[in-house]
Design a binder for this molecule. Structure first.
Ligand code: DQA
Length: 148
């Protein structure tokens, strides 16, 4: 089973960026813990981070032929990107949307997601653990429903 984990804009700044909201772990640390977690689950993970919407769209298109599912933290594009939503729809892949913070507890503009309506599920507010919960949920789903 091959899972792609996508980190959207500004998530390369984790560790330095608003640590009271997003925690002290760097993206590198998070990815290496996710790799260890994936190993325990017996699945392959690869990672992609970009600050650019178009690159994220192209990566989702590309994932169709290479991966069985995606865990994505779309960052601020969650609240703006019809293009990422359309890419997810056309990929046909199961996608889990994750957020470190609880977006529903924050500003109004963060409470609209263009992604949730096309996601398999959404996890928001568990800190970095949101990624781990999202990955476990996706792996369980794929084990039950097949990798297509
Ligand atoms: C975020 C929440 C978004 O609203 C924000 O723009 C981010 C991070 C989160 O992980 O909590 O960049 O996706």
């Amino acid at each position: 089973m091959k899972i792609l984990i996508i980190h959207g804009p500004n998530l390369n700044m984790l560790g330095k960026r608003e640590p009271d909201i997003y925690g002290a772990d760097t993206l590198e640390e998070i990815n290496s813990s996710l790799t260890a977690h994936a190993k325990e689950l017996g699945v392959d993970v690869s990672f992609f981070q970009s600050n650019s919407e178009g690159e994220i769209v192209s990566t989702i298109q590309d994932a169709m032929s290479k991966h069985d599912g995606i865990v994505i933290n779309p960052g601020a594009y969650t609240h703006t990107s019809v293009a990422i939503r359309d890419a997810i729809l056309s990929s046909g892949l199961p996608v889990v949307e994750v957020h470190i913070s609880n977006v529903y507890k924050r500003e109004d503009f963060r409470q609209r997601s263009f992604i949730s309506g096309v996601a398999l599920g959404v996890i928001s507010g568990f800190g970095v653990n949101s990624y781990f919960l999202g990955l476990s949920g996706l792996v369980e789903y794929l084990s039950d429903h097949g990798t297509g």
